[in-house]
Write a protein that binds this ligand. Structure first.
Ligand SMILES: [Zn+2]
Length: 149
């Protein structure tokens, strides 16, 4: 990838407006769910819902959300941080060798990694179901879950 100088260009949504980020969600292009960005009209895989002061809501991609909310950036960056953690968790959790357990409003992932010396290490990760619901609503369909008691 080469470096690009980012020019902020106004597209469909006026930059003079103040936008609030309501949610960041992982869309599923592979599952055939396609959404076009309300700002630049590109097909987006990650859907950020923003709202202007009049209460109108728009669905935009991550790049456009960053541009539209630059005056309100910290709120957006916290959501993107959690979103990235959810995506990272799911990338491991959907592997067939990962064991998934649901317990106390948390999803626990456990998997083995073979060391160079031939031994195995067990790795763990967990994620709140509330965050999975918010950022990747179809997570339950993607995972084979053992319900814990
Ligand atoms: Zn866009």
């Amino acid at each position: 990838m080469c470096m690009k100088i980012k020019t902020i260009r106004q597209r469909n949504l006026p930059l003079s407006e103040h936008y609030q980020v309501l949610s960041v969600r992982h869309g599923s292009v592979l599952d055939g769910v396609c959404t076009a960005c309300d700002n630049c009209n590109k097909i987006i895989s990650h859907i950020v819902t923003v709202q202007n002061r009049k209460g109108e809501q728009f669905q935009v991609g991550l790049d456009c959300a960053k541009t539209l909310t630059f005056s309100n950036y910290s709120q957006f960056s916290i959501k993107v941080y959690i979103f990235n953690q959810v995506v990272k968790f799911m990338q491991q959790a959907i592997k067939p060798t990962t064991e998934i357990t649901l317990r106390n409003e948390c999803v626990y992932a456990q998997w083995e990694v073979t060391r160079k010396d031939g031994g195995t290490d067990t790795h763990y990760a967990s994620q709140f179901t509330s965050q999975l619901n918010e950022y990747m609503p179809d997570w339950r369909q993607k995972l084979s879950i053992h319900e814990g008691e």
